[in-house]
Write a protein that binds this ligand. Sequence first.
Ligand code: MN
Length: 201
Amino acid sequence: MAFTLPALPYAPAALEPHIDALTMQIHHDKHHQAYVDNLNKAVAGTPNENKSLEDLVSIAGTLPPAIRNNGGGHWNHSFFWLIIGPNAGGKPSGKLSESIDADFGSFDAFKEKFALAGMGRFGSGWAWLVEQDGKLLISSTPNQDNPLMDIAEVKGTPILGVDVWEHAYYLKYQNRRADYLAAFWNIVNWKEVNKRYEASL
Ligand code: MN
């Protein structure tokens, strides 16, 4: 069964002024679509054709680069559209808030460490907040890798992630990745992030 592009769950302009509508349109309609199309091409007629996206991602290190890269791209973007959204930002609540304080010292200390992971990723990739055996960790991955992959340095359940490929911010922020990462806090859908954290435990 072929993989398909999930609809963006809000209008492309809904994240203005933090992420501009054109960036969202191109990012979803062109970049994410290309990952889906290229993933379908890469698995067609192979034994990987009938595997789920989660299964492919979990064995990415053993698969051809086209499946690792485009499967990761499809998983990462499907996740990303959900953990950001309109009328968002603010702070996490409940157990996640307590765990962030326990594992990072404070919400502000967590935000700083997460932004550093995004800034420190040379070239293209992602920064992540990962749940691993009950502990929260921050990591970053190159290209379209993610913490669910067998080859990830830090493995676990992604709770929050930010795309630091230039295609995610260049039209509005140009070379200013730090400004994009600062604006990111205004669009984090903590309700979704909380839900994923509690489901991971
Ligand atoms: Mn992207």
